[in-house]
Design a protein around this ligand. Structure first.
Ligand SMILES: [Zn+2]
Length: 189
C-alpha cells in the first residue's frame, strides 16, 4: 500500500485550471491511489468537493463528502461524470472554491440534475440530485471542463477577482486555502 499524500491545490490564475480533463479509461490501482490523495487533500483543506485538476491531474475524477461536520464521513467518487438532465428551475447558493480561496458569490444553477458516472467499482451509475449535491456536482463537473464558478458571475466581479489573484501571484504572496474558523460547508471545492 502506497502512503496517501496531501497534494498542493492549484490557485487561480494557474492556467491548468482551464484545461479540459481527459476521460478515465480504466479504474485501476493508479486511479484508486489518485482518489485516496484527493480525499486526503480535500479533507485537509477542508472542502466538500474536489476535482482532480485542482491538484494538477487532468483526469475526469471528482471526490465529494457532504456529511455535516460531526456526522460520520460519506465519501463519494464520480468518475467521468456527465450531466444527462438539468431542471429548468434554478436555485442559488453562496459558492466558494478551494482554487479561489476566501471568495464567495451567489451562483444560480439548475436546482436538480441527473448525472451519469462510473464508480470505483468500474460500473456505470446514474443519480438524480438536488440541493447541495446538485450544486456541488455542477461546480465540480465545471472544473473538469475548465470552467470556474466565477465564470457564472458578472464580468465586472470576475475581473476584480482575477486581478486580485494575479497581483497576489506576482507578489508571491502565500495564499491561505481556508481560514481556520471557516466551515467546510462554505467551501464547495
Ligand atoms: Zn472549485
Amino acid at each position: 500500500m502506497a502512503a496517501m499524500a496531501i497534494r498542493d491545490i492549484l490557485i487561480i490564475p494557474d492556467k491548468r485550471l482551464r484545461l479540459k480533463s481527459e476521460p478515465v479509461k480504466t479504474v485501476d490501482k493508479a486511479l484508486r491511489a489518485l482518489v485516496e490523495d484527493m480525499f486526503e487533500t480535500m479533507y485537509a483543506a477542508p472542502g466538500i468537493g474536489l476535482a482532480a485538476i485542482q491538484i494538477g491531474v487532468p483526469q475526469r475524477v471528482v471526490t465529494m463528502d457532504l456529511a455535516k461536520k460531526d456526522d460520520p464521513p460519506e465519501p463519494q467518487v464520480f468518475i467521468n461524470p456527465e450531466i444527462t438532465w438539468a431542471s429548468a428551475d434554478k436555485s442559488s447558493y453562496d459558492e466558494g472554491c478551494l482554487s479561489i480561496p476566501e471568495y464567495y458569490e451567489e451562483v444560480a444553477r439548475p436546482k436538480a440534475v441527473k448525472v451519469k458516472y462510473l464508480g470505483l467499482d468500474g460500473k456505470e451509475h446514474e443519480l438524480e440530485a438536488d440541493g447541495l449535491l446538485a450544486t456541488c456536482l455542477q461546480h465540480e463537473i465545471d472544473h473538469i471542463n475548465g470552467v470556474l464558478f466565477i465564470d457564472h458571475i458578472s464580468k465586472l466581479k470576475r475581473d476584480m477577482v482575477m486581478k486580485k489573484f494575479k497581483k497576489a501571484a506576482k507578489r508571491g504572496d502565500e495564499v491561505h486555502v481556508a481560514p481556520k474558523d471557516d466551515t467546510p460547508e462554505h467551501h464547495i471545492g
